[in-house]
Write a protein of this length. Structure first.
Length: 139
């Protein structure tokens, strides 16, 4: 069992594992997933950029609950001298469009993702807080 630490005021865990967090109003959601596939991270921006481009192509081919992901953008990001990938995309669930930001992290050489999402057009302060957390702090 793992537990994501979310240092955002007013955010609380929504499950017993501490893998899903929401802001006080429920407008933004963060979810952590540990996967079994290898993911060592990258030693250079170029290696991360190359992977980011492959990831973008793969995400464009994926779907969320039968809906194709849209507006997929990926970029390399530096985490204390170790490079990884940040992705952003749009998906539709139960006829509501959501914006998601996802960071791919190496956890003991295995892939761990942290994904933040909010409904399209959501203007709560949590949206920028969540995106900044994912871009700069989640590890």
């Amino acid at each position: 069992m793992w537990a994501l630490t979310v240092p955002l005021t007013g955010w609380t865990a929504t499950d017993d594992t501490g893998a899903t967090w929401a802001d006080a109003a429920g407008a933004c959601l963060l979810r952590e997933e540990k996967l079994t596939q290898p993911y060592p991270g990258f030693g250079s921006a170029d290696a991360a950029r190359s992977f980011a481009l492959r990831m973008q192509t793969a995400l464009l081919g994926q779907s969320e609950n039968g809906q194709k992901l849209q507006s997929v953008v990926t970029q390399p990001v530096d985490r204390a001298g170790r490079w990884t990938v940040l992705a952003a995309y749009v998906f539709t669930q139960q006829q509501v469009q959501y914006h998601a930001t996802q960071i791919y992290l190496s956890d003991g050489g295995k892939l761990r993702t942290v994904t933040g999402s909010s409904a399209s057009g959501e203007a709560s302060a949590c949206v920028n807080q969540m995106r900044e957390f994912l871009r700069f702090l989640a590890d």
